[in-house]
Design a protein around this ligand. Structure first.
Ligand code: AMP
Length: 273
């Protein structure tokens, strides 16, 4: 595995690369969720590139940018063992310049749900993903369904800007008890983690209801709220795959999303039906 820190070196290496490139962008503190993306990329491509970059432009003032978990050594080992060819870990100063050309996320789709609580978050996400796509020139880029709204906006960016990359959607990896893996789970103490289990439980209850043909979104949301009554719910939303609000679930076209806060820790999860 080659570790590359500069843009020049990355460009030079990519120019010499032959065959398909599978790309997994991350912010590090890698866990089984990231590893599943890397493994899929490994299976489907000649060359696998992973980036680790804690992207400042997608954090709002007062969010956890400064204390976002950093595990450089462990991350490098994980990448090595998972068959990564190129690990790109750029310095924060090299990815942005002053007064630069900007890309904006679409207003209607990026200021709802996550974007309502985190305005401009998706502008920052699309800025960095576009820059990384331009540098890595991937054939296939791998993203988790865990960040469903992000995934949807990245797909839209690829369509709207005619980018030549396939976006591969990857399943959510959970711990045995249902908690979706997230780099932010390290913030949870035992009691908070126990509370957090109600998130995935509420999603299981929702999916059971749909399995029993209870498609009414209002009723599903009511049942989910009951399970999460001890949590500070930011939103529960039921949307179609294009993120339009649904009144009734549609099989193979529904995403049920949850965002909660446990003390100051923000957790998101969802299920695709
Ligand atoms: P992050 O490092 O949080 O920016 O995540 C990098 C990529 O890993 C994103 O595409 C996420 O959606 C994906 N990811 C994070 N957690 C999981 C998970 N539990 N299962 C699958 N993919 C995940």
């Amino acid at each position: 595995m080659t570790i590359i820190k500069t843009i020049e070196k990355l460009k030079q290496t990519i120019r010499q690369t032959k065959g398909s490139i599978g790309f997994v962008p991350t912010m590090g503190a890698l866990h089984e969720g990231h590893i599943s993306l890397i493994k899929k990329a490994r299976l489907e491509n000649d060359v696998v590139v992973v980036s680790i970059f804690i992207n400042p432009t997608q954090f709002l003032a007062g969010e956890d940018l400064d204390k976002y978990p950093k595990k450089q050594e462990a991350d490098e080992k994980i990448c090595e063992f998972s068959g990564v060819d190129i690990l790109f870990t750029p310095n924060i100063n090299t990815m942005y310049s002053q007064d630069e050309v900007l890309i904006k996320a679409p207003i209607l789709k990026s200021y709802t749900l996550e974007g309502q609580r985190r305005p401009e978050h998706f502008d920052g996400v699309l800025r960095i993903v576009l820059k990384l796509f331009n540098l890595v020139q991937p054939t296939n880029a791998y993203f988790g369904k865990k960040d469903a709204q992000q995934l949807s906006l990245i797909k839209q960016m690829v369509d709207d800007l005619f980018l030549d990359v396939n976006i591969i959607e990857c399943e959510i990896i959970r711990q045995k008890d249902g908690l979706a893996l997230s780099s932010r789970n390290v913030y949870l103490d035992n009691k908070q983690r126990q509370l957090a289990l109600n998130i995935s439980l509420s999603l299981r209850i929702a999916s059971d209801m749909v399995a029993k043909h209870n498609m009414d979104c209002e009723k599903i949301i009511e049942a989910m709220k009951k399970v999460m009554d001890s949590l500070d719910i930011e939103y529960i939303a039921i949307v179609d795959r294009k993120f339009e609000k649904l009144d009734f679930c549609e099989l193979k076209n529904t995403i049920i999303l949850v965002a909660v806060k446990i003390d100051k820790i923000r957790l998101i999860d969802n299920i695709w039906i």
